[in-house]
Design a protein around this ligand. Sequence first.
Ligand SMILES: Cc1ncc(COP(=O)(O)O)c(C=O)c1O
Length: 362
Amino acid sequence: MIPISKPLLDEAEIKNATEVLKSGMLASGEWVNNFENAFADYIGLKHAIATTSGTTALDIALKALNIKSGEDVIVPDFTFISTANAVLFQNARPVFVDIDEKTFAIDPGDVIEKISPKTKAIIGVHLFGHPFDVKAIREICEDYNLFLVEDCAQAHGAEYEGQKVGGFGDAGCFSFYATKNMTTGEGGIVTTNNEEIEEKMRILINHGQSQKYLHTTLGYNYRMTNIQAAIGLAQLGKLDEFNERRITNAECLNQGLKVSLKTPYKEKVVRHVYHQYVVKLEDDFPMSRDEFIRYLSENGIGSAVHYPLPVHRQPMYQQLGYDRDQCPTATRLSEKVLSLPVHPALTDDNLRYICDTVNGVS
Ligand SMILES: Cc1ncc(COP(=O)(O)O)c(C=O)c1O
């Protein structure tokens, strides 16, 4: 079976993790500091705060920005659910915005429609590895005096106009879950150039401690461990190579797929790092999506649907009373999309086989 995703780990991760195990210093320590510094350098920012997951990264970013009950935060409707849930964690209200048909990213026109006096922030998601329209969203944030949080969970190393994502807003939140472009198993990190936000986040991830056993605010244990950081440092050293392979694999699929499905779109000003290779089934595609998934699986190819429902249609959000009939583009695309393998572990033979098998549907 060709899996839909596969982490690439080798002697570098084993060596680093073994060093941590031998040292006995398993909790958060020097390795985490080194990983944070290396990640901040990679993105080109002053600060990075490592956390337990992408979800907790989003949570502390919103807490540090003091998002609270009675306030609205704009989020795209087409994303993984934690982008929106992080807003609920603050007792604030996520307001869903539709997406751009071509890039799947937040639609700046709909953002303007949904802004109200209660709006405090926008979370833009660099979905599938393709940066959102940073220029337009930043302008909106400046015009309406809103915070900008970038959800970079799927976009390590992606670029907009030559600059890495994670530094365009008040905070950039990354995930290191096992399927991501680089991994620590579970884990996350927040990047920022803002010292005040950095300081707040450092306290929040560590039980609200400003000094040892002096707790000045309600905090959490969201600390990354040295073992995770050791794996992360090895992965970070290979991230550019991983992304280059994703890009080459995507180009190979773009050229090889000949049936009626739309291959991923890429804006000229971005470096798309293909966390997922998401195709849209055209109306004349000869199979239903379910039949296609079954066909691929019977032929040894893993696939996935990112995402089968727009967030507002998730049962949990329906129970909260969200209008079922909003965000028509996200809703329509959720019925058409399918992700094919694009990860860096694919061989040339794998790619040829995927193209031949997919082309065999017609
Ligand atoms: C867009 C997006 N945001 C947030 C997250 C949350 O990250 P984590 O799973 O590390 O909590 C993910 C993870 O899948 C994601 O894809």
